[in-house]
Every structure is written in C-alpha cells, then in structure tokens.
Design a protein. Structure first.
Length: 326
C-alpha cells in the first residue's frame, strides 16, 4: 500500500534543493511486519491520528525486560552505502502508547546476537535510550552521556545524572506523536525530537570518542531491535510505545531533511485520492525525485523511495503530491 501526501509548492521547492538521501530500510507498517519479526506481545494496530494508519504497538501486554520489540532484518546496518558514506541515521515516529515508565527505557538497540541463556545482551552493541543518550561498543567503546555533550561547560557541580543539559525524559508526556532522529557521522552524533537537537556530541576518532565502528563493522550488528531489548544486564523495561515509519538512512540527516519528512507526514491525507478526483480525470503523471530530476511516468517501474508526483488534470490543473513507494 502506498501513502500519498499533499504538499504545497513552497515545500516542493525547498525539498528539491536538498541532496538525495540513501534510505536503506523503511517500514510504515501498513502491511504489518513485512520483513521484520515481532518479538513478545507487540501488535499492529489502527491509529486514529490522521496520516498514521497502522502503527506498531510495542508491548500490548505491558512493559517487561528484554521481552518486547520489533526485530528488523539483520542486514539493515551492514549496507555498503553506510560504510562508504560513513554516515547513518535512524528515525521513526513514536507515541507513549500505554507505557507507564518513561525514563530509562531503551528505544532502539542492535547487537551481534539475541540475549544469551541468562537473558543478557553482550558485545557488540548500539543502544539508544529514551532519555536521549547512547552507547556504542563496536570496534571500540563510546558512551555518549552528559559530560561529553557539546554544551557541557566543565562544571560538574551544575549537573547530576538526573538533572543536566539536554537530558530529556518528558518529551512524550503530552501524548502526541513525535519524530525521533539519531544521526551519526565521523565527527558528530546528534539526537533530535521533532527536528530540534536535544543532545549532541563531537567525535575526534580517539578512544572513547569514536563511532567509526558503525561504519567499519556494521555487519556485526545483525540483531536489530526497535522499541526495546535493553543492553547488558540493566533492568530497564521495554516500553509500550507506539511506532510508525521506521527508517534507516546511509546519511546523517540534516534539520532540513528531518523537517521535510515531518512536513510530508503532517500533510498526509487519508482521503487524498477522493480530493484529487474532484479536480477531474488525471491525463498525465510525471514522477520526480526529491532533487527534482525525472524518475519516469510509470509508478510500477519506480524503485522504492520518496517521489513528487506531478499530475496534470483534464481541466488543465497541475497538482503535486508526495508519494512514498515501499
């Protein structure tokens, strides 16, 4: 099933000015798990919020430790594009769902294998926490916490582990959907909520200050989990969040890219086809890439990705909409 998004001309012009992004994985859950696997009590449910359709509820039976998550295909972090570009972005929409504990929850994690016989995850590891911190143990250990944050001023008396710069544990409390993005490059890591940086770190490639293992050894992370599977022997529960539009890019998305994705979602219409038909019969359609180049006139021949469809109607009206082909 394809999702169609209405989009204003000014947004099209802004989007076409961006360089092309390489998306290596995407699932909007309209067709369920597809090539992913539900572990635990997760279910695909209908969401009433306009533009979301079916979403993944991570833990219908409630929170539990290393029990509920969506296991993504094993190859999503091992592509040659990530290794070549030396960049990576992980993004998705998230809602608090029925979760009751929102503090230390894992939100995305990847390992070399499933939890061992004692229920513990081991090296290698990529862990993204709900509280906007991260840990990478892959060709070297890097812990991205508050003292390493770019805004830390060297005065530890101003901070504690529970009250410091950009340590955010309330961003889902309003019961709205929010867009989470984590970007990795050789020299920086950033975490965004709704296109606004919440935490950022500078990496210089030295011990404890490098994420290059994600680019050189990404193939070791073949047990990739959305929504849980806590690292090591930590007792933090898998959340009962709801998720939509999980995507992985072989690029470090910019604020402009993130805002473009958010705009497309915000303008999505469940009755888009009905509204467009009110303009009359479509006599010609041309599909453009986000950089403005022509991708062809046949939807079925397009490779999966995001396009701008320029439709000419019999009455002469030309209308552009954003189309996502899975």
């Amino acid at each position: 099933m394809k999702k169609i998004y209405s989009i204003m001309l000014v947004v099209i012009m802004t989007t076409c000015g961006l360089y092309a992004q390489t998306r290596v994985y995407y699932n909007n859950f309209e067709d369920g798990a597809k090539d992913a696997t539900v572990v635990g009590s997760g279910q695909f449910v209908d969401e009433t919020t306009q533009g979301f359709g079916k979403v993944f509820h991570n833990a219908v039976d409630g929170e539990a430790i290393r029990t509920n998550y969506l296991l993504l295909p094993s190859s999503v972090l091992s592509g040659s594009e990530i290794a070549t570009n030396k960049e990576l972005s992980i993004c998705f929409w998230v809602h608090k769902g029925t979760n009751t504990e929102r503090y230390w929850n894992p939100i995305f994690a990847a390992y070399g294998s499933a939890p061992n016989a004692t229920g513990v995850n081991e090296y290698p590891m990529l862990a993204l926490q709900f509280r906007m911190e991260a840990s990478i143990n892959l060709a070297g250990w890097t812990d991205l916490k508050w003292p390493e944050n770019v805004n830390y001023d060297g005065n530890p008396t101003k901070y504690t582990e529970y009250n410091h710069n950009l340590f955010n544990v309330t961003w889902l409390d309003d019961s709205n959907w929010h867009f989470f993005t984590a970007t990795f490059a050789e020299t920086s890591v950033k975490m965004y909520v709704d296109g606004v940086v919440q935490n950022a770190w500078t990496c210089d490639g030295t011990k404890g200050r490098s994420v290059n293992g994600l680019f050189t050894n990404g193939s070791e992370l073949d047990y990739v989990c959305l929504g849980g599977n806590q690292a090591w022997n930590w007792g933090d529960k898998d959340p009962a969040f709801k998720f939509d539009d999980v995507a992985i890019y072989a690029n470090a998305l910019t604020v402009e890219h993130i805002n473009g994705l958010m705009t497309a979602k915000a303008n999505s219409l469940s009755n888009a086809t009905l509204q467009l038909n009110e303009l009359g019969e479509v006599v010609a359609t041309t599909y453009l890439t986000l950089t403005g180049s022509c991708a062809g006139n046949d939807y079925q021949l397009l490779v999966p990705g995001i396009y701008i469809a320029q439709m000419t109607y019999r009455n002469g009206v030309v209308k552009s909409v954003k189309v996502v082909k899975d």
